[in-house]
Design a protein around this ligand. Structure first.
Ligand SMILES: C[S@@+](CC[C@H](N)C(=O)[O-])C[C@H]1O[C@@H](n2cnc3c(N)ncnc32)[C@H](O)[C@@H]1O
Length: 351
């Protein structure tokens, strides 16, 4: 299926190949078994050596025989393994998903962290979302207030959550690049552009593009190091600042917000969009690429989606963005909803 115009009856199904990792992260126990298999080296062993018996695996990994059986059972239930007369092999489907190992491991790590918050604070999420956000360890990872200083501790904390945003963006950017043609832009501003990963993906597919990342000081420093060895680094620059208080660079053909506006209450998000409009040349484009509300429609939330479920209160409907764009005088406003496991909104308008 292709990405589609927004509409209540529009069908949605998996489009991007990297989403196959979610098939192995549906529920807790099989996902945890996969995590153990990845971390212990069992998956690598099977990749390198081919099918093996349970006893061989128990010996090789110095595991309790019943424990190994338990692990193999869950991996079978999760279709990570096949069992051919007692010889366990990685399934074809799992091998395909393993080509996105960084994403698979990241989603597992995020969900393993997020599930603790759910177990402890679910009532807060339901009745007192603000309280939940304050208590949640997962939400607390994104400590933007630590990004104005450069202590050893703030660098460690910032790197930790930037790894999450960077790996997610590596994949999510593909959807944005597929459905929005960046070919006509030279000067691009990515607000909250983080490690420069989105900028890098744009520059890699558009040799004319030059992207400025506008983000908090420490984030920009870590970002500059992230892209510095890439051939596209010459076309990526970083502007350190607080987008809600400091002057913005201007004269851009495109200003983008990727997974950034949902962090802010409506008033602040609106102000950011106003500043973005002012940073555009006449005829320039504003692009918002943000997660939208989860559409669970009565089905259980997959283990892989727990981290996004925790942020559910922040994800807005496309109407918020289109109304702001209309109020700012944008024309040709378009909305597309893409299925990246959870819905992603691609909202654009021309100044
Ligand atoms: C959820 S992250 C998204 C990062 C990236 N765009 C992505 O899609 O992965 C939000 C980004 O906004 C940045 N940010 C937060 N507060 C900011 C501010 N006041 N001014 C500029 N950037 C800010 C953060 O440092 C972070 O990089």
């Amino acid at each position: 299926m292709n990405g589609h115009e927004a509409g209540p009856d529009a069908p949605r199904e998996r489009e991007f190949d990297f989403l196959r990792v979610d098939e192995f992260l549906r529920s807790l126990l099989p996902s945890c078994a996969l995590g153990v298999a990845l971390q212990s080296g069992l998956i690598d062993f099977l990749v390198q050596n081919g099918p093996a018996a349970a006893e061989t695996l128990a010996d090789r990994f110095a595991a309790d025989a019943k424990g190994m059986r338990l692990l193999l059972d869950q991996l079978l239930a999760n279709r990570v393994l096949t069992d051919d007369h007692g010889r366990f092999a990685l399934s074809e489907d799992f091998l395909k998903a393993l080509s996105y190992r960084d994403l698979m491991e990241l989603k597992l790590e995020m969900s393993n962290l997020g599930v603790f918050d759910l177990l402890r604070f679910f009532p807060d999420l339901v009745f007192r979302p603000g309280e939940f956000a304050r208590k949640s360890d997962f939400c607390g990872l994104f400590a933007y207030d630590r990004c104005f200083e450069k202590s050893e501790e703030s660098v460690r904390l910032t790197r930790r959550w930037m790894r999450i945003t960077t790996v997610l963006t590596k994949y999510e950017a593909q959807a944005c690049l597929k459905y929005h043609d960046f070919g006509g832009y030279r000067r691009i501003l990515d607000v909250g552009g983080n490690s420069g990963e989105f900028a890098l993906r744009i520059c890699r597919s558009h040799p004319r593009a030059e992207v400025t990342v506008f983000d908090l000081p420490l984030v920009c420093e870590i970002g500059a190091a992230h892209v510095q060895r890439e051939p596209e680094a010459k076309r990526i620059s970083f502007v350190k600042g607080n987008a809600l208080g400091d002057p913005w660079p201007s004269d851009f053909d495109l200003v983008s917000f990727k997974s950034t506006l949902h962090d802010w209450p409506e008033e602040a998000a609106g102000r950011l969009m106003t500043s973005a409009a002012e940073a555009l040349r006449p005829g320039g484009t504003l692009l918002v690429f943000e997660r939208g509300p989860l559409e669970t429609s009565g089905t259980p939330v997959a283990y892989a989606h727990i981290p996004f479920f925790l942020f559910q209160h922040s994800f807005r409907s496309p109407r918020f963005y289109t109304q702001r764009m209309q109020a700012l005088g944008f024309r040709n406003i378009g909305v597309r909803i893409l299925d990246l496991g959870t819905p992603f909104l691609l909202v654009t308008g021309v100044r």
